[in-house]
Write a protein that binds this ligand. Sequence first.
Ligand SMILES: *[C@@H]1O[C@H](CO)[C@@H](O)[C@H](O)[C@H]1NC(C)=O
Ligand SMILES: *[C@@H]1O[C@H](CO)[C@@H](O)[C@H](O)[C@H]1NC(C)=O
Ligand SMILES: *[C@@H]1O[C@H](CO)[C@@H](O)[C@H](O)[C@H]1NC(C)=O
Ligand SMILES: *[C@@H]1O[C@H](CO)[C@@H](O)[C@H](O)[C@H]1NC(C)=O
Ligand SMILES: *[C@@H]1O[C@H](CO)[C@@H](O)[C@H](O)[C@H]1NC(C)=O
Ligand SMILES: *[C@@H]1O[C@H](CO)[C@@H](O)[C@H](O)[C@H]1NC(C)=O
Ligand SMILES: [Cu+2]
Length: 383
Amino acid sequence: MRGFILAIAVSLMAQVSLSAPYGGNSSGIPKPSEFKKLERQYQANIRASLGLHGCTKKTIRIRKSWDDLDIATRTDYVRAVKCLASKPAIVDKSLAPGAVNRLDDFVYIHDNQTNRIHISGPFLPWHRIYVWQMEEALRNECGYKGTIPYWDQARFSQDPLKSKVFDNSSFGGNGEYLPNDHGPYDILIPGLAINFTTTYPAGTGGGCVKDGPFANFQVSLGPTVQRAGDKFGFQSNPRCLKRNFNFEASTESLTWDNAIKILEEPDIASFYWSLENLWHVKSHQFLGKDGLDLFTSPNDPIFYLLHSQIDRLWAIWQGQDLEERTFAITGNRTFFGIPLDTAPNVPPSNATIEDVMDLGYGFRPKVKEGMPMTSGGRCYMYE
Ligand SMILES: *[C@@H]1O[C@H](CO)[C@@H](O)[C@H](O)[C@H]1NC(C)=O
Ligand SMILES: *[C@@H]1O[C@H](CO)[C@@H](O)[C@H](O)[C@H]1NC(C)=O
Ligand SMILES: *[C@@H]1O[C@H](CO)[C@@H](O)[C@H](O)[C@H]1NC(C)=O
Ligand SMILES: *[C@@H]1O[C@H](CO)[C@@H](O)[C@H](O)[C@H]1NC(C)=O
Ligand SMILES: *[C@@H]1O[C@H](CO)[C@@H](O)[C@H](O)[C@H]1NC(C)=O
Ligand SMILES: *[C@@H]1O[C@H](CO)[C@@H](O)[C@H](O)[C@H]1NC(C)=O
Ligand SMILES: [Cu+2]
């Protein structure tokens, strides 16, 4: 009996120490001074660029790390996301018969545009507008008062589940472990003129999210597997939200060292590839399953925090020299420059800032309209 009680006490102590590997501090691995210096330069340059009209020091919205939000703000963000999930989709049903709610409207247009907005010139500006549109929808349609926070992976790169992003009042944790369905997966990318297969690495879950507000949360569009008659996953396919955490993606790549390396890249091409290979793809790989699906990754509500962080790294890079870097662009007009299957004979061409992007519902801004943070209807910065 006494041994039994002792065993319980020891296991409780083990749990306590497991839950506090950073000695109980919740800020994680400290931000290195090199990163702070780059961040401060960006913030100072943005503030100095603000005028007395339009986007001003008074009206600018501040985006913060999820780990720095208080519980009331975190809870309200989750409420607002679920509010959008409770409102009917507005997308044309002939385009996306499977779209159920306002979140699906966003998933649809991302899915529709995927082969033009990834590994391509419009990647950063398109996603900048997209995340801003979600911020506006949360505020205007669901009464959220804040901004889209960012997932600051580097703070917890060595122990990612210690981030509040994954606590059970936020986005919850891993998917249920499925012995026969946790990857690796080979996915044939639909819509390209050649057969291009991408490999999604193995993870540690594979099944439905089981804890927190998004446990058994219903998603509808996708996933991207080439089903007969449903090439892009636009048909109805209601199912639970799934994750498949791949810890190496975080421990090996989402580090402060890599964040600094990305921000110190001297030109847009090297910045773009470092951001893509060291951060963007690794962030999606960490989540796995729905959050890693190239076409329908916005099904996982963490997507918007992930892309707020991508947008933040771009913002800090631009902000070192707003004049030279705001409108810098690199990349093709399609995914890796591969022709679309609808135009197989069009050779690869470089994107320009005058190109027109499609964000759905008739909104067709030029690439250059998606590049500044404090004009073109947007007014925000990262803290
Ligand atoms: C929090 O824990 C990390 C990891 O052990 C440590 O490096 C850091 O110094 C701690 N931060 C503070 C503010 O104490
Ligand atoms: C995207 O939507 C447009 C209509 O807005 C449609 O013409 C086009 O075929 C769609 N493309 C894909 C890949 O879904
Ligand atoms: C792609 O693969 C499919 C199935 O293996 C095959 O039928 C098709 O011809 C291939 N297409 C190209 C362009 O290689
Ligand atoms: C959240 O986590 C706490 C502490 O680990 C646990 O007691 C609680 O049951 C969890 N709640 C949900 C909804 O999963
Ligand atoms: C553009 O496409 C070409 C042809 O596929 C490819 O070789 C090149 O690497 C691409 N450039 C970028 C920046 O993606
Ligand atoms: C695209 O831009 C790159 C880098 O500036 C250049 O080397 C390449 O020739 C351009 N490709 C085309 C098709 O214009
Ligand atoms: Cu995307």
